[in-house]
Design a protein around this ligand. Sequence first.
Ligand code: SF4
Length: 434
Amino acid sequence: MTSPPSSSPDVHPLQRKLAILADAAKYDASCASSGTTKRDSRGGQGMGSTEGSGICHSYAPDGRCISLLKILMTNFCQYDCLYCVNRVSSNVPRARFSVQEVVELTLDFYRRNCIEGLFLSSGIIQNPDYTMEQVVEVARCLREDHDFRGYIHLKTIPDASPELLRRAGRYADRLSINIELPTDAGLATLAPEKDGLAIRRSMARLRVHIDDAKGASAEQKATPLRSLPATNARRAEAPRFAPAGQSTQMIVGADAADDGAILATSATLYGAYRLRRVYYSAFSPIPDASAGLPLAAPPLIREHRLYQADWLMRFYGFAHDEIIRPDAQGRSLLALDVDPKTAWALAHRERFPVDLNRAPREMLLRVPGLGVKAVERLLAARRVRRLRAADLSRLHVPLGRVLPFVLTEDHRPTRQMEAMPVPRKPVQTQASLF
Ligand code: SF4
């Protein structure tokens, strides 16, 4: 039996709203549930858990798995961001949930074991504070009225008042503010009502709250508990603020920003605002799109290469401007035919081969095919013996990738690395309209 379309009069109004507002939220990629504190309802208290199978996924029209459980309070929006399907000038069906409806839907799906948490965002109605109040009230009601212990990720509105941001952090595991585009110029062209400065100011506020809460929690744990005889001393709860930190999303390929600009912005976000994650979302052409947008999506491999480069910055000690250098035309684009770490190695052949028995950790991390765990194991192993090629086999690293770049007791690459082709220049055509 097939279900009737959501526009059919046979469909319950709440179901129709859910179809519209879940669909409208699917373009947001910034909702992974990692990194928060562990909570559960074992022992009969509360409802939900932040562990277990994670939050449900949904799929973008192009087949990418980009979303976890996510809905909008409303897809009415008074802003007109050109890349957004929910913009005021977009001709899409609209709907709006009440606070109570979102709370009941979340609890209902939770009880049926369909979801592990809530990702809630919203179009902007009336004004940023009014919208943010609705979003915060959902989280408050779930936590305080229903003792909900599952994961909550709230998308915050940068222009909302500092007090509302503070309240959001008290209930949410993670907060995010989408930076949307890597440059202020891109924002001014495609989302003129958004203010890059206000976005960064709100991120800075969140950072201060998150740091304060972490500091208070660490201080409390370091303070010994003292109790009077015959009493059970209990620690007071440390103030809580978004324990899973803050994240953001950048749209890739909607404007002319190159990969160098995108990575430079990410480096600033990680450094200055301590973001937990920057998500990259390849621009999806939307129905009824503005003439100011590219007609085609960028190649998905570009998004993948940006994630790899992002990983290099966060875990492998690479600076954003060494991963990628401008070409003769001044454009900084990641190679699409080879991962960024291999591309860096091939562009710096004079630094290889790396002697696995002597090189410092920083250099081992730059060897293509060696991950952080493999490097830690190699460092531990070489304290007690000279490393041989067989040690790499035991670590299950991709030998074909690693061996051309390393020296071991019994292995010296011949001319393998010299024979490797220089990565081809990327063919990225999404900016041809600009
Ligand atoms: S403010 Fe958000 S929901 Fe509204 S048009 Fe812009 S991106 Fe879309």
